[in-house]
Write a protein that binds this ligand. Structure first.
Ligand code: ZN
Length: 133
């Protein structure tokens, strides 16, 4: 992905990407509500009890992944034919590809949280990190 420098705009100006992002936040709230429901917790637990291994790598599955992005749509969210078992790291990789590395990672309930990958150790470009001596 090419990195683009920030473009300065008048106050209040929103580009399409920003509007999409706002929509995304709204959408993720709906997703979050679904995922935080007790119904989902027990449903995913039952699903993982029957589908024990990650479809990607064969490790024990801890995450129920939605094969199609449900975008907070309950009908898609609850369609079990679209569910698949995944381990946290494969799921993290998949959501990183789909969502550009932001947002829903680890949001599918306990066990969905990933250990911090090593690359977070790198300093953010343009922000000098003072080295403790
Ligand atoms: Zn896996």
């Amino acid at each position: 992905m090419p990195w683009q420098p920030p473009v300065h705009r008048p106050p209040g100006w929103q580009d399409k990407r920003a509007r999409d992002r706002d929509y995304g936040i709204h959408r993720d709230k709906r997703s979050l509500k679904l995922m935080q429901s007790g119904e989902w917790r027990s449903a995913r637990k039952a699903f993982l009890a029957r589908h024990r291994f990650c479809i990607e790598c064969g490790e024990p599955a801890t995450v129920v992944d939605h094969r199609d992005p449900h975008k907070g749509e309950a009908a898609v969210f609850w369609d079990r034919s679209r569910w698949q078992p995944m381990c946290a790291s494969c799921h993290g990789r998949k959501t990183a590809v789909h969502d550009g590395g932001s947002g829903m990672q680890g949001a599918e309930g306990e066990g969905g949280l990933e250990p911090a990958p090593n690359w977070t150790e790198q300093p953010v470009m343009g922000f000098p990190h003072p080295q403790p001596k």
